[in-house]
Design a protein around this ligand. Structure first.
Ligand SMILES: *Cc1c(COP(=O)(O)O)cnc(C)c1O
Length: 226
């Protein structure tokens, strides 16, 4: 797929929203429509603006520094935008992350959770957080181990003062994601967490059918990242 033109962006957004609705309609007794997190990493303000103009309000970025080059301006013009951090967070970037983002989806260790809790207190910005789970138990991957998730969620709340609302995962590449999505939903149920952020361009419909409340879609909206 080539880089999207502005007109394309609006069409792709409409198409993704229709596919989200269709997948969601397959779930009996579902509560709320799944939320689309438009992943704008590597794309600049010019590529993002048409999606905002077309009504998209929830966006995701995976790098704090990159997000700082585009989002302060876009958020000043559109105060109702909700910006999610979906990538790994180093503790030396916590201050900037808390100032810029509205949801942190990648909380995965005590050192980070502690730094976030202290910084949110300092800035008076108590952001909703998701705990990232290493759902495929992959050695190199970010995320807390499955077996440690419940205990970690409890510590995030009780010791670090974080408002944990859900779980996030990125399943192993090159494997059918369904079983991993199912595992995340089970784990979220066990933790009493309502938000499940799972599913990307290639598999967001599967994720929705299995219980995603948030899907993170990048290339299907913006075009390939080259
Ligand atoms: C890049 C990214 C996405 C979006 O991936 P696409 O395949 O482009 O839809 C979703 N989640 C995370 C954490 C990402 O880094």
């Amino acid at each position: 797929m080539d880089r999207a033109t502005p007109g394309d962006a609006a069409l792709r957004l409409a198409d993704i929203n229709a596919r989200i609705d269709r997948a969601a309609s397959r779930i009996e007794g579902r509560q709320a429509a799944p939320k689309l997190v438009a992943v704008s990493k590597t794309f600049d303000s010019e590529a993002i603006a048409p999606l905002i103009a077309a009504g998209q309000r929830v966006f995701g970025e995976n790098r704090v520094q990159e997000a700082q080059t585009k989002w302060p301006g876009l958020k000043a013009e559109n105060p109702d935008i909700e910006l999610h951090l979906i990538g790994p967070l180093q503790t030396n970037k916590v201050k900037d992350a808390v100032a810029l983002f509205d949801v942190i989806e990648s909380v995965d260790r005590d050192k980070l959770a502690g730094a976030l809790g202290r910084e949110m207190e300092k800035q008076g910005r108590h952001l909703p957080c998701l705990v990232q789970v290493n759902i495929g138990d992959e050695p190199q991957k970010a995320g807390i181990a499955i077996a440690e998730t419940q205990g970690f969620v409890a510590r995030c709340r009780d010791e670090h003062g974080l408002d944990v609302v859900g779980l996030m995962c990125i399943p192993p590449l090159e494997e059918p994601p369904g079983p991993y999505f199912g595992r995340l939903v089970q784990l979220a149920d066990r933790c009493g967490l309502a938000v499940r952020s799972m599913g990307m361009s290639a598999d967001f419909e599967t994720a929705i059918v299995l219980g995603a409340t948030h899907v993170r879609v990048g290339s299907a909206l913006f075009g390939s990242r080259g």
